[in-house]
Design a protein around this ligand. Structure first.
Ligand code: SF4
Ligand code: SF4
Length: 412
């Protein structure tokens, strides 16, 4: 049965859709609207208008979770995009280049070095300068956070090796995330090992409907990951969600699907893993009491919130740290509007979603915004730069390392 027939037109998807809301209630940008479009003969073949409509989706998964008919909206959107040109939608060429860069680590590494150099110079630009907003993800924090001294609190005689999938952002763009993950796990007696040859998870290619590249990347990563035994830790929320999907992507190839499932059963989201370690250890609070508690806002990546329900674990890790006051949005978590390459193709909508969330969070007066998705962290850095806010943004691994290393982080 097609989705247009299955769809009850109930509108539950519109209530939770950030794009629908930001567009002022444009029906064609909702899951319900797209289900209807699939029945319109003019859209039997992709046209620029059709491509534009289907590009205006963050693939956040909120509607799939809300849909009473169980319609997998992400799957349908990606299926539609698979028929599009490689340069579909607005800024199609720019998005294509970004996907190419993700396939080639040497380009990504060079971009990271260049970005970090440029990011150090951008503070001289006004907060709303287009260039500064583009480079905000590389901008160092306005007020320096306390430097993390040698973070491993006790010697580890023989660290147990754990396989780690760091993701492109931590590996090539933000080495501070990678070093924080290593230090945190070293504190628990684990040595993180990145198997040689791992590539991009392929999420951006899959989301763009480039199934061939997404499958090639999936097969390569499976091949490499199955060479090492034991759990596979993943520190980026989006990579974690996508690696879990490998078995679905390879559903047409039973042999590969079996291999994907075997690898998939070994995946561990890093914060869930750390929370599990803390739960089995003797109860203790990290750090000493601070003069003023550090106000921390934890941003839920949509991939963790809607797909795997990992929301309590990161919060518990923060609640165990003395001197941390976790602040929450009264209306519950919200999407940040990054959506992989969505923010490139739909900059106005992405900025509306981003700034709406940032205004609500800044009203809570946090000292630090933290998350575990590289895309969300980039979007948050842009959001706070656009708002002219000195609030710091860091990966949760960086924040936990900092708390563990300096005893406490004082908000005073
Ligand atoms: S929630 Fe599901 S059934 Fe309801 S309108 Fe949206 S897609 Fe259709
Ligand atoms: S995946 Fe998110 S952005 Fe896309 S239609 Fe669903 S709720 Fe809207």
């Amino acid at each position: 049965m097609t989705n247009s027939i299955r769809c009850a037109k109930c509108g539950a998807c519109t209530v939770v859709c950030p794009v629908y809301k930001a567009s002022g209630g444009l029906e064609s940008y909702s899951a319900r609207g797209r289900n209807h479009l699939a029945t319109v003969p003019e859209f039997a073949r992709p046209t620029p208008a059709y491509e534009d409509i289907f590009s205006k989706c963050l693939l956040c998964g909120a509607c799939t979770r809300a849909c009473p008919r169980g319609i997998d909206v992400n799957r349908e959107t990606i299926r539609a995009r698979s028929g599009f040109s490689r340069f579909y939608g607005r800024q199609g060429f720019q998005k294509y280049l970004a996907r190419q860069a993700l396939r080639h680590p040497e380009i990504l590494g060079a971009a990271g070095r260049l970005g970090r150099t440029a990011g150090r110079l951008t503070r001289r630009l006004p907060p709303d300068s287009g260039l500064r907003l583009r480079l905000a993800m590389f901008e160092p924090p306005a007020a320096e956070v306390p430097a993390a001294p040698a973070p491993v609190s006790r010697p580890i005689p023989q660290a147990a090796a754990l396989t780690w999938f760091p993701g492109c952002a931590a590996e090539y763009l933000f080495p501070e995330i990678a070093s924080a993950c290593r230090d945190l796990l070293a504190g628990h007696g684990f040595d993180l090992v990145v198997p040689e040859g791992l590539g991009c998870c392929g999420l951006a290619h899959h989301a763009a409907g480039d199934g061939a590249t997404a499958l090639a990347l999936a097969r390569r990563n499976i091949e490499i990951l199955e060479r090492r035994p034991g759990p596979i830790l993943i520190s980026c929320a989006s990579c974690f969600a996508h690696l879990r999907h490998y078995r679905d992507l390879l559903a047409d190839d039973p042999l590969w699907q079996e291999r994907a499932a075997a690898v998939g059963d070994r995946l561990e989201e890093m914060m869930q893993f750390l929370d599990g370690l803390a739960a089995t250890a003797a109860p203790e609070h990290i750090g000493a009491a601070a003069k003023r508690p550090l106000r921390v806002f934890y941003h839920d990546p949509c991939h963790l919130r809607h797909e795997v329900a990992i929301a309590r674990e990161p919060r518990r890790l923060l609640q165990r740290a003395a001197g941390v006051d976790l602040v929450e949005l009264p209306g519950g978590p919200q999407c940040c509007g990054q959506g992989g390459l969505f923010h490139i193709g739909a900059p106005e909508l992405a900025a509306l979603i981003r700034d709406d969330l940032a205004a609500k969070v800044l009203a809570l007066q946090p000292d630090i915004v933290t998350s575990t998705c590289s895309g969300c962290l980039m979007q948050w850095k842009t959001a706070l730069t656009a708002a002219g806010s000195p609030v710091k943004v860091m990966h949760l691994a960086e924040l936990l390392r900092l708390i563990a290393a300096v005893g406490t982080v004082d908000g005073a």
